[in-house]
Design a protein around this ligand. Sequence first.
Ligand SMILES: Nc1ncnc2c1ncn2[C@@H]1O[C@H](COP(=O)(O)OP(=O)(O)OP(=O)(O)O)[C@@H](O)[C@H]1O
Ligand SMILES: [Mg+2]
Length: 231
Amino acid sequence: MLRAQSLSKVYRSGEIDVHALREVDLELRPAELVVLLGPSGSGKSTLLNILGGLDTASSGRAWFRDHELTHADDAALTRYRREHVGFVFQFYNLIPSLTALENVQLVTEIARNPMPPEDALRMVGLGERLNHFPAQLSGGEQQRVAIARAIAKRPDLLLCDEPTGALDSQTGILVLEAIERIHAELGTSTVLITHNAVIADMADRVLVMGDGRITHERRNATRRPAKELTW
Ligand SMILES: Nc1ncnc2c1ncn2[C@@H]1O[C@H](COP(=O)(O)OP(=O)(O)OP(=O)(O)O)[C@@H](O)[C@H]1O
Ligand SMILES: [Mg+2]
């Protein structure tokens, strides 16, 4: 589904070079759920952003299926993001003046083969909150609207950067359950960044990053259901 070969990213700020990624190799298989762990500054978001077409690498190559991302121009990357990738970030980025349903509709109106926005919201357990505005929803509910918005276009890839980072553990687990359900029902290949090692138990595979590299990789024999996680 996704492949990266010797991917590096250097940020230049003034005289200083920051090596955010150092020759990272990676493969993501269809319908795989991968958790990316690692300390702050280890390069997790940089890697996810390059794989999602939000940022470009300094060197190395990356492919989505047969399409090379590392040689794609801005228009091609925009198309890639729009047609194939759903993003979820720590802060929900919902439009406050639009209801939950309207926030999701913003995406389904321009997608090629979307699901009905109501169905996306039902999948994340918000079928009863369609006409609520973000300010009328809890943090966990807002994050689930953001997940519904990300998956309503039926993306091939769901990329989540600390989706539970702003939530307490109980609410975080509801959000993880929503991600898990989408992964199970739609077979969406999913990458989930977290600081929380407990969350790694819900993955097929865990990649640990340190100083711009994948330092450790582990395959879980079985995935642990999100509702059994506690922290
Ligand atoms: N736009 C940028 N300009 C300069 N340096 C950057 C930029 N973005 C990231 N970096 C640097 O690259 C390194 C990796 O950053 P990245 O955001 O990928 O880390 P992270 O693992 O996601 O950390 P966190 O867990 O805190 O989100 C850090 O040292 C960071 O300071
Ligand atoms: Mg980050």
